[in-house]
Structure formats: C-alpha cells, structure tokens
Design a protein around this ligand. Structure first.
Ligand SMILES: [Zn+2]
Length: 676
C-alpha cells in the first residue's frame, strides 16, 4: 500500500541524522542555556484551570511557584538538554475520551474525541523549544508555504476561505471554468510517520540537540485511556504528533509543507495572475484548484503519490469536487481518481464550516445557519424566569456567533436570505420575551436590544476589511485582497464577484469611503481598535436613524413612540431585581406592543374602550378601588409635588407614565407592588 523502497531510504537517513545529532548533542540549544527569566516569561502565558498530566503538577503550581521555582526549573531543563534525554514520565499521555454526541453509537471508538493530558512541565519544555525554533531557525528559511493558513498568528479559517473563494471568483470573471477538490485526510495528526517527520525537520534546519530532544519526545511514548475514573494499561504509541503537545501543530505543518510545494509545480499559472493560490490550506485541510478536469487530475495524482511516499491516507469518500461554471451549465458526468478510488462531483461542500455552492446560490447556507442558531438557542435551556437582558447577552455572545460564523464572506446574499435570517432572529426575540407571534418584529428586536441581523453581518464585513488593510503585505491574503481591489477599481463596470464589490457598497452605505481613499493614497489606516469603534458607531447611527424615521411614519408605533421616546427601550430589563419583577416587566412590554383595537365593551363596567390599558388604569369603574389605593400610596410615600404633577396629567399621559414613558421611575412595577 505504501512505498517500501522510499521507506527504507528515509529510515536510513533518519538513523544517520540521529547518529550525527547525538555527536553534536553537547552543543547547547541555539540561543544558549535556558535562564530563569526565560522560564518566568513562558510561565506567565500559561492557562489556568487546566487538568494535569500523570505527574499531577498543574499550571497553577508553576505560576505561583515564584523565582526560586523558576530557577529550579531552568536547572532541570538545562540538565535535560545536556543529557539529551526526555524524562520518561514526560512521555506519558493520559487520554480522556469525550463523546461527540449527535446520537453516534456509543460502542464505536470513532464516536469519541480523545483529549490528551500531557505533563505540564513537558508542555513548558516544549514551549521553550518552540520559542527557540521561532527565534533561531525560522527567520532564515521560508516556512511555511504562503498558502498554509493553519496555526499562525492572524491567519486562520477566514483567510483560508478568502483565498479560496477569491481565486475561484477571479477565474470565473475571466470566463474560465473552475474545478476545486477538497481533500480529506484520515486522522491526519495521529498517523504522522515520525521518522519521516524528523527527516523533514532536519531539512528545515532544526539540528543538533534541538533535533535530538524533539526526536526523543517522540520515541517510546505511551498512553493510557481514563474511563470511569480508572486508567487502562499503558500501551506504546509509535506514530502521530503528540495530541495536546505544544510543538505538535508546528510539526504537522512541517510534515505537510512539501505537499503544498509539490502541488504548486504542475500548475504554476493557477491563481490570480502572478499570485500562486491554487492550494489554499488550513493545516490538514488542503484544496486543489484547477482550470480544467485534466489539470485537477494531475493535482490529485501529485497528492496521492505524496501520501504513498509519506505513509498517510486520504479519505476519497469524504473528499469532494465542486465545479464552478461561468455559464452556469453543469457537467455532472465528470469524475476524478484519488489513487484507486473515485471522487464524485458535488453540488455543495462544507469547507471549514462555510457551505460553498457550485452555483453560488446561498439559500442552503442561510437555512443551515438559521437551523444552527435555533439549536444553539434552545440548547441553552432557558428558564422563563431569566431576565431577557441576560438572554440578550447570551444570544449575542453564543447564538449569534454560531449563526454568523464566517459571514464576512457571505457576499452574495439575496433578499430571500435576509428575510430568512430576520425571521430567525425575530422568532428568538419573541420567544425570549414571551411576546405573541403577531407582535411587530422591529419593536421586539429593539426591546430585546438587538440590531437587525443584516447590520451585524455588515459590521463583520467591515471589520474584516480593516483586518485586511492592516495585514502584512507579505501575506498571501493581503496580496489577493489588493489585487482584487485594484482590478475592481480599474473596471468597476465589469461583472465582479466576491468580497470587494460588497465592501465598496458597504463603505459607501455607511459613509466610510474616506478611509479607503486615505488608505489608497498614503497607505494609512486606523488601528484595529479605532476602526472597530468607527464601524460600530457608523452602523449603529445608520440603523437608529433608519428606525426612528420609520417609527415616525408608521401609526402602529404611536404608543410605542411615546413610551420609548429617544431612549433605547431595552432599559426596562435593567429594572427587575427578582423573579416576580421579571414577569411584571414582561407584562409591561406586552402592553407596550399592543396596538389600537376597534372599540370594545369592558366586561367589568360595560363602557366602550379602544385602549385597554388606558381604560383599566384611568377610567374603568371596575378598578376604581385599586386606583384609589394607588393614589393613597403615592401621597403617603412620595413628595407632595409628585402627587400634584400626576394629578395634573391627562388620562393619556398618566397611563403612558405608568407604562414607563418616564424611565426615571419604575412606575408600573412600583404601582402593582403597592396595590397588591
Ligand atoms: Zn371597565
């Protein structure tokens, strides 16, 4: 199945490197001895509240150990480095299986996500090694391949998606069909061929004792699985980077890096003009972009050959091809081979959590996002006594991010999609505040303290624009962004897809074009925080102006306008201190949103009324005694001037006062409490 000749060659060169490095081991780490100051700096960044490994030492032990402990640790680490051997207890992983849920069969190991607990001292040691590699090895090599977006500061899912989508869009605009294969690697991190990895690491420039130590970290490792508070027998692990290890993500990038280099060779021209972007990757998630079916097959062959040599498996059944056609005509008869297995063409594919559609139709993606939001919201298992203000915070921090994940790149939203998103958010608002379904949705949204979901998406897109402007010009994403921006500005009347036309529209909509212009003219842009503030206030201002104009025109808002005035109506949720008051506030809010009905006859006093609340609080004979009692308490408990002011109000103003039109006093809450 794998290439055995190649295996022998690499194993031999591994032994050769190991032998040579051992001879050099007496030399110290690049950068010299480990010092107590270095240890204390590294310890400062450790996360708290993490489970310990087998040695039972927790990060807190290290953090609060003080300078004496830092000195001890530095001696220990220097001893480990001098001997060139990792203590055997540092090579033990305690594995905790976490059930993945989703009704997966509990008896299958694949239904569990293993979490590995490594000794904290081991992790600290690895951190020191990582820093030494960062400072003394990486500056002199070009690593990783610019298309790799995984595990690097400021890069990630969003830049990987951006690179992929914009490359597809650019080629579509040029009138070319685009074929994209998404490769799925089986248990990528756990199946890494360790000796192969060590050879690659040596080639990268990691040598001497640094190499020996990393090699020893991955020799004779063993692990035990903890289930129901019992540990299994220890068993050896001979492949894979160590789960939970600090170096592991870096090591995986080293292992996979040559594949990205090899994939670039067969089609140097695929990308955006001279920018090579045919293989956007996020760690083990690698995609191949080609402009012809044969071109794609060449890439797949390259990937497959690499996997045979370097001993890992692609999962053909989970890999997919999307075909983007400039004419919209599909050709479903095509298929490709990954080794001996066939990869089928699909209509859509979930790439890094963002659903890509071959016809660029966002409907399915929007529907999925709404479903996810509903699941997340109802998973919160909310009690009806919870203050809606708390719920609103939970919604903004937990539900909304899950719905709007990577929405920065939703650049083709149709009216239909916006409506679906609105319906979703409105239904949550009504559920959270217990308001009837027919209540005006925009009222509900504002009482719940939310902006429309479309404004939230706009904000995220504008933030991404800022991030792109501030990004290092060496970044692939930045190069793509600038290229796409200039080609749009050169010919704004041609058909453009993607992020740029969208962002230009938004900058215009929110009066922010001056920032783009100053960036284009002199390369200056606000810093991250200033830009965030600018965006938030521009979007908020735009929306509140829009809403108050609408409220002025719409008769449904007459009462609501009186009550809320210019203040944000979600102030009401600041009142409740206990459970009963939450119920009461919900009741008031329900009254706020009542609309004028045709005249009714009161069942208590047989008089006609149009506004039930005004009637009950000011003129109903049936509630006369309650009103008397209320006036009595006002007179007894408050300043005489207040009673006089209240007496002078018209019926209409009095009931509005009771509903909270004067937010300085919790009128109705107070009223009902005393009258009871
Ligand atoms: Zn009445």
């Amino acid at each position: 199945m794998f290439d055995s000749e190649f295996y022998k060659t690499i194993e031999n060169s591994y032994l050769f490197i190991q032998e040579n490095s051992r001879l050099q081991t007496l030399s110290k780490l690049p950068g010299g001895e480990v010092t107590a100051t270095e240890i204390s700096k590294a310890i400062k960044d450790l996360k708290r509240r993490k489970a310990p490994g087998l040695d039972c030492i927790q990060n807190e032990h290290l953090i609060f150990g003080g300078p004496r402990l830092f000195a001890c640790i530095s001696h220990l680490f220097n001893a480990v480095i001098n001997i060139g051997r990792i203590p055997s207890i540092w090579k033990t992983d305690l594995i905790i299986p976490i059930y993945k849920g989703n009704n997966k069969t509990k008896s299958s190991p694949d239904s569990y996500r293993p979490i590995a607990l490594l000794p904290c001292l081991m992790k600290l040691f690895e951190k020191i090694l990582t820093l030494r590699i960062r400072d003394h090895v990486l500056p002199s090599v070009s690593f990783p391949n610019p298309q790799q977006q995984g595990f690097q500061p400021k890069l990630g899912c969003i830049t990987a998606s951006f690179n992929l989508q914009e490359t597809v869009f650019h080629n579509l605009e040029q009138g070319s069909p685009v074929y994209v294969a998404f490769l799925d690697t089986q248990k990528a991190f756990d199946t890494v061929w360790r000796h192969g990895l060590m050879c690659k690491l040596h080639q990268l420039g990691v040598k001497g004792s640094l190499w020996t130590l990393i090699d020893d970290c991955h020799t004779d490792t063993s692990c035990s699985v903890a289930v129901n508070q019992k540990n299994s027998n220890w068993f050896p692990i001979s492949q894979g980077v160590r789960q939970g290890g600090v170096l592991s993500t870096f090591l995986y990038l080293v292992f996979i890096n040559d594949l990205l280099q090899e994939l670039q060779n067969p089609n140097p021209n695929t990308g955006i003009h001279s920018i090579r972007s045919s293989n956007p990757a996020l760690a083990d998630d690698i995609s191949c972009i080609a402009l012809s079916p044969r071109g794609l097959q060449t890439l797949l062959n390259t990937a497959y050959d690499f996997s045979i040599r370097w001993r890992f498996k692609f999962n053909a059944s989970k890999s997919n091809v999307l075909y983007f056609s400039p004419t919209g005509i599909n050709n479903n008869s095509l298929s490709w081979k990954l080794g001996h297995d066939t990869i089928k063409i699909s209509k859509s594919y979930n790439h890094l959590g963002i659903l890509l559609d071959a016809k660029l139709d966002p409907t399915e993606r929007t529907a999925k996002a709404c479903r996810k939001g509903q699941q997340t919201y109802f998973a919160l298992k909310i009690s009806e006594h919870l203050n809606p203000a708390t719920l609103s915070k939970l919604y903004k921090r937990i539900v909304l991010p899950s719905v709007l994940y990577v929405s920065e790149l939703w650049c083709d939203l149709k009216q239909k999609d916006n409506r679906a998103l609105d319906v979703f958010q409105h239904s949550i608002c009504k559920h959270a505040m217990n308001l009837p379904k027919h209540t005006r949705s925009d009222m509900c949204e504002s009482i719940f303290g939310l902006l429309p979901i479309a404004s939230e998406i706009d904000k995220r897109k504008l933030q991404l624009f800022g991030r792109l402007c501030l990004m290092d010009t060496k970044c692939l994403t930045k190069k793509i962004f600038l290229h796409r921006l200039f080609s749009y500005l050169d010919s704004p009347n041609c058909k453009h897809y993607g992020f740029i036309p969208d962002i230009i529209h938004l900058l215009d909509k929110y009066n922010l074009l001056e920032h783009l212009n100053s960036y284009l003219q002199n390369g200056l842009f606000l810093n991250k925080l200033e830009w965030k503030k600018t965006v938030n206030s521009a979007v908020f201002y735009h929306f509140t102006t829009f809403r108050s104009n609408r409220m002025l025109r719409d008769n449904d808002f007459t009462q609501f306008r009186h009550i809320t005035g210019n203040s944000r109506p979600d102030w009401i949720w600041k009142l409740p201190n206990d459970v009963q008051e939450v119920t009461l506030c919900k009741f008031i809010v329900k009254l706020w949103t009542l609309q004028d009905l045709p005249p009714h006859i009161c069942s208590l006093c047989q008089k006609l009324f149009t506004n039930i609340f005004e009637h009950v609080t000011t003129s109903c004979d049936g509630t006369y005694l309650f009103r008397e009692a209320w006036w009595q308490t006002v007179i007894e408990n408050f300043d005489i001037n207040l009673s006089a002011d209240l007496c002078g109000l018209s019926n209409n103003d009095l009931y509005l006062f009771l509903l909270g039109a004067s937010s300085s006093m919790p009128s109705l809450i107070w009223y009902i409490k005393y009258v009871e």
